[in-house]
Design a protein around this ligand. Structure first.
Ligand SMILES: [Zn+2]
Length: 331
């Protein structure tokens, strides 16, 4: 039997998390001076009243650090270990948690566990508390908000800023443009990772955290809620549909993150628009058909006023519509 304890993959941590990200996690980057590939300043490890303000030096390319006063030094793990007063293994666990790293071994274990437990789960009724997406205990930092893909998709700077988008160089969503997802109450609960461009074979367009349940969330509902019920909602499928409509001035736009609508998503939408509220559906024709086919359209239509925009007839996509066209469609 394999040990039940959480696996710490030191090699993976060292590869995925940079010294600068660790310093950033502690809010220390600003207080250090950048000299080419080095960050130099007061040592955060030993006596912080130390007068020697150039004693600490972190190398941002080699991802190591050294203090010339207290003689401490090492890699990211050593740094966290000393900062937190814990051993290397515990430091590894902390870093995994902060940066959302699931080690290869854990992924394997989780899969095995899931396979063993699957039959059991069916018998057990879902408990509502378990069902919710818990708020994240970390935040992805040092995202590249100037990545070419964001520009390519026509996103403006204010949109990128508002939605907290950026390219992730390391960690959980490495090599992807991340989209923070919030609960309807505004708690950060997940990051979606969009492959920048057409994904190669075997790669998904979107990567979502394995435990994240998108059926319990309506994307962007946290921003829309305060906008007054009379305006209604525009319902789209994809994140980028939301971004395009949002920057065209339609701030009351939300996405299902797919074509199906769960009971919980339905409840959230109906609650948001209120009784006899309005929901405008902006799906392309194939997906509108799927939505209707699942009975989702009928379910919505018996609770709120639903308008089906006719995008499909003209082969239009919500993520690339012009402001004028959006107005005309919603008219
Ligand atoms: Zn020191």
């Amino acid at each position: 039997m394999r040990s039940k304890s959480v696996w710490v993959d030191f090699k993976e941590i060292k590869e995925k998390v940079s010294m600068e990200e660790i310093l950033d996690h502690y809010g220390l980057v600003k207080s250090l001076k950048r000299k080419q590939n080095e960050l130099v300043g007061f040592c955060p490890i030993h006596d912080r009243k130390c007068q020697n303000k150039g004693c600490f030096c972190a190398n941002t390319t080699k991802n190591n650090w050294h203090c010339f006063s207290c003689e401490a030094g090492g890699n990211v793990l050593d740094f966290v270990s000393l900062m937190e007063g814990v051993d290397i293994r515990q430091a590894g666990l902390l870093i995994q948690k902060w940066f959302g790293i699931v080690s290869g071994e854990d992924r394997k274990l989780a899969k095995e566990k899931e396979e063993i437990e699957r039959p059991k789960k069916k018998e057990k009724k879902a408990e509502p508390e378990e069902a919710a997406n818990p708020p994240l205990t970390f935040e992805l930092k040092t995202l590249d908000s100037k990545h070419a893909y964001l520009k390519e998709r026509g996103l403006k700077e204010e949109t990128i800023k508002e939605f907290g988008l950026g390219y992730c160089k390391r960690g959980l969503m490495e090599g992807r443009v991340v989209i923070p997802i919030h609960s309807e109450r505004g708690k950060l609960i997940a990051y979606a990772g969009r492959y920048p461009g057409d994904p190669p074979e075997g790669e998904l367009k979107y990567k979502l955290p394995p435990k994240f349940k998108k059926s319990l969330v309506v994307f962007n509902l946290n921003r829309v809620k305060d906008m007054g019920e009379d305006k209604g909602l525009i319902l789209v499928e994809d994140f980028f549909d939301v971004f395009n409509l949002w920057q065209a001035g339609c701030k009351n736009v939300v996405a299902l993150m797919g074509t199906s609508m769960s009971d919980e998503q339905e409840r959230l939408i109906v609650e948001a628009v209120g009784e006899k509220g309005r929901v405008a559906l902006m799906f392309d024709s194939d997906d509108a058909r799927k939505f209707g086919g699942q009975g989702a359209l009928a379910r919505l239509a018996c609770q709120v006023y639903v308008k089906l925009t006719k995008l499909g007839e003209e082969g239009l996509q919500p993520d690339s519509l012009s402001k004028e066209k959006i107005k005309k469609l919603l008219g």
